[in-house]
Design a binder for this molecule. Structure first.
Ligand code: NAP
Length: 251
C-alpha cells in the first residue's frame, strides 16, 4: 500500500511557514489537494503556492485568525464549498511567548488560550460534519512542553497539555463518525517560532539537552503528520507521537 491522498482535501492551519508549510508540501507530494490557512503572511503563502504547482494538485489559501470563532466557521464553509469535501484537518497554527507567572497579564493569557487551544475546538467543531461524511482524520500539534512543562511559558505549556487531553477525548468521541484523532508533539524545531531562542546565547544549552544534539527540521515533523493522516495509520487513534530527538525521555 502506498501513501496516497488522491482526491482528498487537507486543511492545514498556520500553513504559511514552518511545520505547516512542510506538511503542506508533503501532503501535496502524496497527491492531496490542500487548503492553506494563514493569519498575516500573505507573501509566504503565495510563495508556497508557487512551489506547490510542481505537484499538480488543487491548492487554495484562506486568510483567517483561527483564534476567532466566526473567522474559522467562515473559512471551513468556504473550504468545503471550494473543494466539495474535507478529509483531513491539521490543527497546527500556534504562538509561543514568554511570560512569568508573577507578571503575566490577562490579555497575554487569553491570547495564548484563544490561539493555541480554543482555535482547535473551533476548527474541529466546524470541520467534523464535513469529515464525518466520508470519514477522515484530525491532527493536533502539541509540544514537549505540554508533557513536561516549560518555565516562564506556563501559559503555552498549559495549552499544549490540553491539546493532548483534547486529542484523546475526541478520539473516542468521534470514532463512530469514522474520524481518527491523533497528536504530534514536537520538541525544538528550527522555524521562525524558535529561531531567536535557538540562535541566542542559551541556544547551545537547549540543544545539548536533546539526545540527538540538534533541533528538528520542519520536514521531520511533516513525516509524522502525513503518516498519521494516511491509511497506514488506519488503526491508530488517540495517539501522541513525540518527534523530539529523544528529548522527552530526559525530563
Ligand atoms: P511558526 O514558524 O511561527 O509558524 C506559525 C504559523 O501559524 C504561521 O503560518 C502563522 O501564520 C500561523 N498562525 C499563528 N497564529 C495564527 C492565528 N491566530 N490564526 C491563523 N494562523 C496563525 O511556527 P511553527 O514552529 O511552525 O509551529 C507550528 C506548531 O508547532 C505550533 O502549534 C507550535 O506551538 C508547535 N511547536 C513548535 C515548536 C518549535 O520549536 N518550532 C516546538 C513545539 C511545538 P502567519 O505566517 O500568517 O503569521
Amino acid at each position: 500500500m502506498k501513501i496516497d491522498f488522491t482526491d482528498k482535501v487537507v486543511l492545514i492551519t498556520g500553513a504559511s511557514r514552518g511545520i505547516g508549510r512542510s506538511a503542506a508540501m508533503l501532503f501535496a507530494e502524496h497527491n492531496a489537494n490542500v487548503a492553506l490557512n494563514y493569519r498575516h503572511n500573505r507573501e509566504a503563502v503565495e510563495s508556497l503556492m508557487e512551489e506547490l504547482k510542481q505537484f499538480h494538485v488543487n491548492v487554495r489559501s484562506y486568510q483567517a485568525d483561527v483564534a476567532r470563532e466566526q473567522a474559522v466557521n467562515t473559512m471551513i464553509d468556504e473550504v468545503a464549498a471550494d473543494f466539495g469535501r474535507i478529509d483531513v484537518l491539521v490543527n497546527n497554527a500556534g504562538i509561543w511567548r514568554e511570560a512569568a507567572i508573577t507578571t503575566i497579564t490577562d490579555d497575554e493569557l487569553a491570547e495564548m488560550i484563544d490561539t493555541n487551544l480554543k482555535s482547535m475546538f473551533y476548527c474541529a467543531r466546524a470541520a467534523t460534519p464535513f469529515l464525518s461524511k466520508q470519514g477522515g482524520s484530525i491532527l493536533n500539534i502539541s509540544s514537549t512542553a505540554g508533557q513536561r512543562g516549560e518555565a516562564y511559558h506556563s501559559h503555552y505549556a498549559s495549552t499544549k497539555g490540553a491539546v493532548i487531553a483534547f486529542t484523546k477525548s475526541l478520539a473516542t468521541e468521534l470514532v463512530n463518525e469514522k474520524i481518527r484523532v491523533n497528536c504530534v508533539a514536537p520538541g525544538w524545531v528550527d522555524t521562525d517560532m524558535s529561531a531567536d531562542a535557538l540562535r541566542s546565547p542559551e541556544g547551545p544549552g537547549y540543544v545539548s539537552l536533546i539526545p540527538m544534539r540538534r533541533a528538528a527540521h520542519p520536514d521531520e515533523l511533516a513525516g509524522a503528520i502525513v503518516f498519521l493522516a494516511s491509511d497506514w495509520a488506519s488503526f491508530i487513534t488517540g495517539e501522541v507521537i513525540n518527534v523530539n530527538g529523544g528529548a522527552v525521555l530526559c525530563g
